[in-house]
Design a protein around this ligand. Sequence first.
Ligand code: 13P
Length: 249
Amino acid sequence: MRQKLAAGNWKMNGTGPALVELQELAAAHRATRSEILICPPTPLIHRAAETVSGSPIAIGGQDCHVETSGAHTGDISAGMLLDAGASYVILGHSERREDHGESSETVRAKARTAIAAGLKVIICVGESLAQREAMNTLDIIAGQLSGSVPDVVTGENLVIAYEPIWAIGTGLVPSTEQIGEVHDFIRARLDRRFGEGVGGSVRLLYGGSVKPGNAAEIFAVSNVDGALVGGASLKATDFSPIIAALDTA
Ligand code: 13P
């Protein structure tokens, strides 16, 4: 059985006062059946990890560098994330692919480095609206998967997040049929490449405008093992009902 995962990506939001949201989440979900993960901005990781210490909440980074150390001003290594208290890192988010020109090849190299350092990786894939309208969604996903996922993965160290770019921060959400089609496709691709033992244990998250009001419906879709949530993860009052919906899915 795959343990469900409710992951929050705070993106470039939050300073010290936001840690109170983590205290609230930790208090409200002591008996959660799902795994809970928050990926705050890097300067908050250490304090976030201390805040949730002893609770079921894990902390993750939002990116890391391909190299383990060196002359890369402003960048963060996988080992630094781990040292600060993170156990996960998000890689290949569409905002990084777009804003920083990250290719699938780069994402794959980062994933290899992060896994070698001892982090679990959440690799993001997803099509643009133009690609969906051109009926290219599954081809795009297949290419991103084969390009971004390294060979060294296991069911424990890999999570895939399907995040259609057009659904991120827009309030638009694919139909449950569309989500199911892509998640079933990702599962089949992982099974084929890694065998059903590994493929069947990788968790698949949906991301893109997940809210308290639509979470239960999304969590009922086949091969959806949780969510990667942006805006609605910033406040405990929004993220809590999403976690509760996952617990009962
Ligand atoms: P929203 O939940 O704000 O649409 O963001 C989704 C996302 O990009 C999570 O990584």
